[in-house]
Design a protein around this ligand. Structure first.
Ligand SMILES: [Zn+2]
Length: 110
């Protein structure tokens, strides 16, 4: 793991922690920092990071809080409260990020 990857990992943790505390602006700040580090180092953000952040407003998404998770035609659809949607193939869930029950309450926070 490179230094940049470690930083992104760390920022992801900070964003998650801030979001869990209800500090959405702080979470967004960490999300943006992580994106910038990735860009500068030409790194691809980890799948779990992309899955839990909104491309439109950089919010750290918490299913059941500021995001909704639905299953649709074999896709997982995550809707941010800003109105943006992200779709992922259903089988693309190596992180175990989204449970297959479609129930928001079944998605755990770490
Ligand atoms: Zn959003």
């Amino acid at each position: 793991m490179t230094v940049a990857e470690e930083r992104i990992d760390r920022l992801h943790d900070l964003a998650r922690a801030a979001a869990a505390d209800g500090e959405d602006d702080r979470a967004r700040y960490y999300v943006r920092l992580a994106r910038r580090v990735a860009e500068r180092n030409r790194l691809t953000l980890p799948r779990s990071f992309r899955r839990f952040t909104c491309d439109a407003c950089d919010a750290y998404l918490r299913p059941g809080k500021n995001a909704r998770v639905r299953l649709q035609n074999g896709h997982v659809v995550i809707s941010c409260e800003c109105g943006a949607h992200a779709r992922y193939p259903y089988e693309d869930r190596a992180d175990g990020a989204v449970s297959d029950t479609g129930s928001e309450s079944s998605v755990t926070e770490h």
